[in-house]
Ligand binder design. Structure first.
Ligand SMILES: [Zn+2]
Length: 354
Protein backbone atom coordinates (compact mmCIF):
# COMPACT_ATOMS: atom_id res chain seq x y z
CA UNK A 1 0.00 0.00 0.00
CA UNK A 2 1.22 3.46 -0.82
CA UNK A 3 1.63 5.85 2.06
CA UNK A 4 -0.07 9.17 1.58
CA UNK A 5 0.75 12.41 3.34
CA UNK A 6 -1.44 14.56 1.14
CA UNK A 7 -4.28 15.03 3.63
CA UNK A 8 -2.03 16.04 6.49
CA UNK A 9 -1.01 19.62 7.30
CA UNK A 10 2.32 18.17 8.37
CA UNK A 11 3.93 14.78 8.78
CA UNK A 12 7.28 13.25 9.65
CA UNK A 13 9.26 10.48 7.94
CA UNK A 14 9.14 6.96 9.34
CA UNK A 15 12.68 7.23 10.71
CA UNK A 16 11.87 10.33 12.76
CA UNK A 17 11.51 10.39 16.56
CA UNK A 18 7.88 11.43 16.06
CA UNK A 19 7.15 8.31 13.99
CA UNK A 20 8.89 6.19 16.61
CA UNK A 21 6.64 7.66 19.31
CA UNK A 22 3.62 6.86 17.16
CA UNK A 23 4.77 3.31 16.54
CA UNK A 24 5.12 2.73 20.25
CA UNK A 25 1.42 3.45 20.68
CA UNK A 26 0.12 1.15 17.94
CA UNK A 27 -1.23 -2.23 19.05
CA UNK A 28 -2.04 -4.44 16.10
CA UNK A 29 -1.28 -7.81 14.60
CA UNK A 30 -1.60 -9.27 11.09
CA UNK A 31 -2.13 -5.86 9.44
CA UNK A 32 -1.62 -5.66 5.68
CA UNK A 33 1.65 -4.18 4.42
CA UNK A 34 1.94 -0.45 4.84
CA UNK A 35 -0.98 -0.02 7.23
CA UNK A 36 1.15 0.56 10.29
CA UNK A 37 3.34 3.02 8.36
CA UNK A 38 0.27 4.96 7.19
CA UNK A 39 -1.08 5.15 10.72
CA UNK A 40 2.30 6.27 12.04
CA UNK A 41 2.44 8.92 9.33
CA UNK A 42 -1.05 10.18 10.17
CA UNK A 43 -0.18 10.42 13.84
CA UNK A 44 2.86 12.57 13.11
CA UNK A 45 0.47 15.33 12.06
CA UNK A 46 0.48 16.03 15.79
CA UNK A 47 3.42 18.06 17.08
CA UNK A 48 6.05 16.03 18.92
CA UNK A 49 4.98 17.41 22.28
CA UNK A 50 1.52 15.89 21.90
CA UNK A 51 2.92 12.51 20.85
CA UNK A 52 5.03 12.65 24.00
CA UNK A 53 1.95 13.52 26.05
CA UNK A 54 0.09 10.55 24.59
CA UNK A 55 3.02 8.38 25.57
CA UNK A 56 3.19 9.87 29.07
CA UNK A 57 -0.50 9.05 29.42
CA UNK A 58 -0.04 5.48 28.11
CA UNK A 59 -2.35 6.04 25.18
CA UNK A 60 -2.72 2.99 22.90
CA UNK A 61 -4.08 2.93 19.38
CA UNK A 62 -5.40 -0.57 18.65
CA UNK A 63 -6.32 -1.62 15.12
CA UNK A 64 -8.79 -4.47 14.73
CA UNK A 65 -9.70 -6.69 11.83
CA UNK A 66 -13.24 -8.07 11.60
CA UNK A 67 -12.20 -11.41 13.07
CA UNK A 68 -10.09 -9.97 15.87
CA UNK A 69 -10.85 -8.86 19.39
CA UNK A 70 -8.70 -6.66 21.61
CA UNK A 71 -7.34 -9.89 23.13
CA UNK A 72 -5.75 -10.68 19.75
CA UNK A 73 -3.65 -7.52 19.78
CA UNK A 74 -0.43 -7.04 21.73
CA UNK A 75 -2.46 -4.94 24.17
CA UNK A 76 -3.11 -8.20 25.99
CA UNK A 77 0.27 -8.80 27.63
CA UNK A 78 1.26 -12.20 28.87
CA UNK A 79 1.51 -12.24 32.66
CA UNK A 80 5.03 -12.06 34.00
CA UNK A 81 6.34 -14.72 36.39
CA UNK A 82 6.24 -12.21 39.22
CA UNK A 83 2.60 -11.37 38.49
CA UNK A 84 1.66 -15.04 38.63
CA UNK A 85 3.43 -15.41 41.98
CA UNK A 86 1.60 -12.30 43.17
CA UNK A 87 -1.78 -13.76 42.22
CA UNK A 88 -1.06 -16.81 44.35
CA UNK A 89 0.68 -15.15 47.30
CA UNK A 90 -1.75 -12.23 47.60
CA UNK A 91 -4.84 -13.98 46.29
CA UNK A 92 -4.70 -17.07 48.45
CA UNK A 93 -5.19 -15.29 51.81
CA UNK A 94 -8.01 -13.24 50.28
CA UNK A 95 -9.78 -16.38 49.13
CA UNK A 96 -9.32 -17.96 52.54
CA UNK A 97 -10.63 -14.86 54.27
CA UNK A 98 -13.72 -14.88 52.03
CA UNK A 99 -14.34 -18.57 52.81
CA UNK A 100 -14.04 -17.84 56.50
CA UNK A 101 -16.44 -14.91 56.34
CA UNK A 102 -19.10 -16.73 54.36
CA UNK A 103 -18.79 -20.31 55.61
CA UNK A 104 -17.41 -19.68 59.13
CA UNK A 105 -20.78 -18.82 60.73
CA UNK A 106 -22.41 -21.86 59.12
CA UNK A 107 -20.07 -24.43 60.63
CA UNK A 108 -21.61 -26.76 63.18
CA UNK A 109 -25.15 -25.84 62.25
CA UNK A 110 -27.48 -28.83 61.87
CA UNK A 111 -28.07 -28.08 58.18
CA UNK A 112 -24.50 -26.91 57.51
CA UNK A 113 -24.18 -28.61 54.12
CA UNK A 114 -27.45 -27.20 52.86
CA UNK A 115 -26.60 -23.70 54.11
CA UNK A 116 -23.18 -23.84 52.48
CA UNK A 117 -24.83 -25.02 49.29
CA UNK A 118 -27.10 -21.99 49.46
CA UNK A 119 -24.15 -19.67 50.11
CA UNK A 120 -21.86 -20.72 47.23
CA UNK A 121 -23.14 -17.89 45.02
CA UNK A 122 -22.37 -15.35 47.75
CA UNK A 123 -18.89 -16.78 48.20
CA UNK A 124 -18.25 -16.65 44.47
CA UNK A 125 -19.35 -13.02 44.34
CA UNK A 126 -17.20 -12.10 47.33
CA UNK A 127 -14.13 -13.71 45.74
CA UNK A 128 -14.76 -11.81 42.50
CA UNK A 129 -15.10 -8.52 44.37
CA UNK A 130 -11.79 -9.06 46.16
CA UNK A 131 -10.11 -10.10 42.92
CA UNK A 132 -11.44 -7.02 41.18
CA UNK A 133 -10.48 -4.59 43.93
CA UNK A 134 -6.92 -5.87 44.07
CA UNK A 135 -6.57 -6.17 40.29
CA UNK A 136 -5.29 -9.73 40.72
CA UNK A 137 -7.92 -11.01 38.35
CA UNK A 138 -8.50 -14.59 39.52
CA UNK A 139 -12.02 -16.00 39.31
CA UNK A 140 -14.15 -18.41 41.32
CA UNK A 141 -16.17 -21.10 39.62
CA UNK A 142 -19.04 -23.11 41.01
CA UNK A 143 -18.79 -26.89 40.64
CA UNK A 144 -19.36 -29.92 42.80
CA UNK A 145 -17.95 -32.72 40.68
CA UNK A 146 -14.37 -33.94 40.86
CA UNK A 147 -12.25 -32.26 38.20
CA UNK A 148 -9.47 -33.79 36.17
CA UNK A 149 -6.91 -30.99 36.21
CA UNK A 150 -5.59 -31.80 32.75
CA UNK A 151 -9.10 -31.44 31.42
CA UNK A 152 -9.69 -28.22 33.38
CA UNK A 153 -6.31 -26.89 32.26
CA UNK A 154 -7.21 -27.51 28.63
CA UNK A 155 -10.51 -25.74 29.17
CA UNK A 156 -8.50 -22.80 30.53
CA UNK A 157 -6.38 -22.70 27.38
CA UNK A 158 -3.33 -24.73 28.47
CA UNK A 159 -1.92 -27.56 26.44
CA UNK A 160 -0.43 -30.22 28.72
CA UNK A 161 0.97 -32.08 25.67
CA UNK A 162 2.77 -29.31 23.83
CA UNK A 163 3.46 -26.86 26.64
CA UNK A 164 3.73 -29.02 29.76
CA UNK A 165 5.80 -26.37 31.53
CA UNK A 166 3.06 -23.72 31.42
CA UNK A 167 0.47 -26.29 32.38
CA UNK A 168 2.49 -27.54 35.36
CA UNK A 169 3.07 -24.00 36.61
CA UNK A 170 -0.65 -23.32 36.37
CA UNK A 171 -1.47 -26.60 38.11
CA UNK A 172 0.83 -25.67 40.99
CA UNK A 173 -0.83 -22.23 41.28
CA UNK A 174 -4.26 -23.86 41.14
CA UNK A 175 -3.41 -26.42 43.81
CA UNK A 176 -1.96 -23.77 46.09
CA UNK A 177 -4.87 -21.33 45.81
CA UNK A 178 -7.51 -24.01 46.25
CA UNK A 179 -5.95 -25.55 49.33
CA UNK A 180 -8.92 -24.65 51.55
CA UNK A 181 -11.51 -25.34 48.88
CA UNK A 182 -10.80 -29.02 48.28
CA UNK A 183 -8.08 -31.61 47.72
CA UNK A 184 -5.93 -32.47 44.79
CA UNK A 185 -5.17 -36.16 44.47
CA UNK A 186 -3.62 -37.94 41.48
CA UNK A 187 -4.28 -34.98 39.22
CA UNK A 188 -7.92 -34.66 40.27
CA UNK A 189 -9.41 -31.84 42.29
CA UNK A 190 -12.25 -32.72 44.64
CA UNK A 191 -14.15 -29.59 45.62
CA UNK A 192 -15.24 -29.54 49.21
CA UNK A 193 -17.86 -26.81 49.18
CA UNK A 194 -18.77 -26.45 45.53
CA UNK A 195 -16.42 -23.56 44.69
CA UNK A 196 -12.94 -23.49 43.17
CA UNK A 197 -10.59 -20.71 42.11
CA UNK A 198 -9.03 -20.25 38.68
CA UNK A 199 -5.79 -18.31 39.34
CA UNK A 200 -5.26 -17.28 35.69
CA UNK A 201 -5.65 -18.77 32.25
CA UNK A 202 -4.04 -18.99 28.84
CA UNK A 203 -5.35 -17.35 25.71
CA UNK A 204 -3.64 -18.02 22.38
CA UNK A 205 -0.26 -18.56 23.92
CA UNK A 206 -0.50 -15.74 26.46
CA UNK A 207 -1.23 -16.11 30.13
CA UNK A 208 -4.00 -13.73 31.14
CA UNK A 209 -6.05 -12.62 34.10
CA UNK A 210 -9.21 -14.70 34.05
CA UNK A 211 -11.37 -11.82 35.20
CA UNK A 212 -10.22 -9.30 32.59
CA UNK A 213 -9.95 -11.52 29.50
CA UNK A 214 -13.70 -11.35 28.72
CA UNK A 215 -13.59 -7.55 28.62
CA UNK A 216 -10.75 -7.69 26.06
CA UNK A 217 -12.67 -10.26 24.07
CA UNK A 218 -15.86 -8.23 24.16
CA UNK A 219 -14.36 -5.55 21.92
CA UNK A 220 -14.45 -7.06 18.45
CA UNK A 221 -13.53 -5.80 15.02
CA UNK A 222 -17.03 -6.63 13.85
CA UNK A 223 -18.48 -3.94 16.10
CA UNK A 224 -16.87 -1.41 13.80
CA UNK A 225 -19.11 -2.18 10.86
CA UNK A 226 -21.01 0.94 11.79
CA UNK A 227 -18.53 2.92 13.83
CA UNK A 228 -15.19 3.47 12.20
CA UNK A 229 -13.38 3.85 15.46
CA UNK A 230 -13.92 4.36 19.16
CA UNK A 231 -12.19 5.83 22.14
CA UNK A 232 -12.11 4.84 25.77
CA UNK A 233 -10.41 7.79 27.42
CA UNK A 234 -10.55 6.28 30.91
CA UNK A 235 -8.56 3.35 29.55
CA UNK A 236 -6.37 5.60 27.42
CA UNK A 237 -7.42 3.49 24.48
CA UNK A 238 -8.29 4.34 20.89
CA UNK A 239 -9.63 1.61 18.62
CA UNK A 240 -9.70 1.78 14.84
CA UNK A 241 -11.17 -0.64 12.37
CA UNK A 242 -8.44 -1.61 9.91
CA UNK A 243 -10.53 -0.37 6.99
CA UNK A 244 -10.10 3.28 8.07
CA UNK A 245 -6.29 3.16 8.04
CA UNK A 246 -5.39 3.43 4.32
CA UNK A 247 -5.53 6.85 2.69
CA UNK A 248 -7.94 7.01 1.00
CA UNK A 249 -9.86 4.42 2.96
CA UNK A 250 -12.78 2.62 1.35
CA UNK A 251 -15.07 3.79 4.16
CA UNK A 252 -13.74 7.11 5.39
CA UNK A 253 -12.00 8.42 2.29
CA UNK A 254 -9.31 10.92 3.19
CA UNK A 255 -10.88 11.68 6.55
CA UNK A 256 -8.32 10.59 9.14
CA UNK A 257 -10.26 8.65 11.75
CA UNK A 258 -7.10 8.18 13.84
CA UNK A 259 -6.83 11.95 14.23
CA UNK A 260 -10.49 12.24 15.20
CA UNK A 261 -10.15 9.54 17.88
CA UNK A 262 -6.89 11.02 19.17
CA UNK A 263 -8.72 14.35 19.19
CA UNK A 264 -10.97 12.85 21.88
CA UNK A 265 -7.82 11.96 23.78
CA UNK A 266 -6.51 15.55 23.48
CA UNK A 267 -9.84 16.78 24.86
CA UNK A 268 -9.60 14.32 27.75
CA UNK A 269 -5.96 15.04 28.57
CA UNK A 270 -6.67 18.80 28.57
CA UNK A 271 -9.07 18.22 31.45
CA UNK A 272 -6.01 17.22 33.47
CA UNK A 273 -3.17 19.37 32.09
CA UNK A 274 -2.00 22.05 34.55
CA UNK A 275 -2.34 24.76 31.86
CA UNK A 276 -5.93 23.92 30.95
CA UNK A 277 -7.57 21.83 33.64
CA UNK A 278 -9.39 24.71 35.34
CA UNK A 279 -10.87 26.18 32.19
CA UNK A 280 -11.01 23.53 29.49
CA UNK A 281 -14.42 21.96 30.06
CA UNK A 282 -16.17 25.29 30.42
CA UNK A 283 -14.44 26.67 27.36
CA UNK A 284 -15.43 23.65 25.26
CA UNK A 285 -19.04 23.80 26.43
CA UNK A 286 -19.22 27.50 25.58
CA UNK A 287 -17.73 26.94 22.16
CA UNK A 288 -20.23 24.16 21.55
CA UNK A 289 -23.19 26.26 22.61
CA UNK A 290 -22.16 29.25 20.53
CA UNK A 291 -21.25 27.01 17.60
CA UNK A 292 -24.69 25.43 17.67
CA UNK A 293 -26.47 28.77 17.94
CA UNK A 294 -24.50 30.29 15.08
CA UNK A 295 -24.57 27.08 13.03
CA UNK A 296 -20.77 27.29 12.81
CA UNK A 297 -20.02 23.60 13.33
CA UNK A 298 -18.95 22.11 10.05
CA UNK A 299 -19.90 18.42 10.33
CA UNK A 300 -22.97 16.52 11.56
CA UNK A 301 -20.76 14.61 13.94
CA UNK A 302 -19.46 17.85 15.49
CA UNK A 303 -23.04 18.86 16.24
CA UNK A 304 -23.62 15.66 18.27
CA UNK A 305 -21.88 16.88 21.42
CA UNK A 306 -19.15 19.13 22.76
CA UNK A 307 -16.79 16.13 22.82
CA UNK A 308 -17.46 15.26 19.17
CA UNK A 309 -17.00 18.91 18.24
CA UNK A 310 -13.51 18.82 19.76
CA UNK A 311 -12.56 15.53 18.07
CA UNK A 312 -13.74 16.82 14.70
CA UNK A 313 -11.99 20.14 15.24
CA UNK A 314 -8.68 18.42 16.00
CA UNK A 315 -9.03 16.29 12.85
CA UNK A 316 -9.91 19.38 10.84
CA UNK A 317 -7.01 21.37 12.30
CA UNK A 318 -4.51 18.69 11.28
CA UNK A 319 -5.85 18.08 7.75
CA UNK A 320 -6.12 19.89 4.45
CA UNK A 321 -8.81 20.07 1.80
CA UNK A 322 -8.87 17.03 -0.49
CA UNK A 323 -10.59 17.42 -3.84
CA UNK A 324 -12.98 14.52 -4.47
CA UNK A 325 -13.06 13.44 -0.83
CA UNK A 326 -16.40 11.69 -0.27
CA UNK A 327 -16.41 11.42 3.51
CA UNK A 328 -16.65 14.60 5.61
CA UNK A 329 -15.05 16.65 2.81
CA UNK A 330 -15.88 19.83 4.75
CA UNK A 331 -13.73 18.91 7.74
CA UNK A 332 -10.35 20.55 7.09
CA UNK A 333 -8.25 23.33 8.57
CA UNK A 334 -9.10 26.26 6.31
CA UNK A 335 -12.78 25.57 6.56
CA UNK A 336 -12.62 25.34 10.34
CA UNK A 337 -10.76 28.64 10.49
CA UNK A 338 -13.25 30.32 8.18
CA UNK A 339 -16.43 28.81 9.66
CA UNK A 340 -15.60 29.07 13.33
CA UNK A 341 -12.47 31.14 14.07
CA UNK A 342 -12.92 30.96 17.86
CA UNK A 343 -12.90 27.17 17.82
CA UNK A 344 -9.96 27.17 15.41
CA UNK A 345 -8.05 29.52 17.71
CA UNK A 346 -8.69 27.41 20.75
CA UNK A 347 -7.60 24.18 19.01
CA UNK A 348 -4.57 26.05 17.67
CA UNK A 349 -3.69 27.02 21.24
CA UNK A 350 -4.15 23.46 22.56
CA UNK A 351 -2.27 21.68 19.80
CA UNK A 352 0.68 24.05 20.14
CA UNK A 353 0.88 23.93 23.93
CA UNK A 354 4.54 23.48 24.77
ZN1 LIG B 1 -15.89 10.78 18.06
Amino acid sequence: MEISTRTLVQSRPLNSPEAALAKGMIEASRLPDGYEAQLQTDMTAFPKRWLERFKENDVSVAVLKDDQTLADTPILHSLEESQISEIVSQGKPLVEKAIEEVFGPLRGQPDEDYQKYQATGILQEKIHDLSNQTGLGFTAEVGRDALDLRYLGEKMGFDPEYDPESFERWKTAFTDMNEKLGQVQDGTFKPQDGVYVVPYLMYRGKTARALSLPSYQSVTGLQFQNNLGANYPENRLVILHESVVPNPSPRAGNHRVALHELGHMVDWICKELPETKDTHEQKVNELYQIGMERKSLITDRARDSAGEMMAEAVEAYLTTEEPGNFYKPENYRENLQKSYPELYNYVDYLINLA
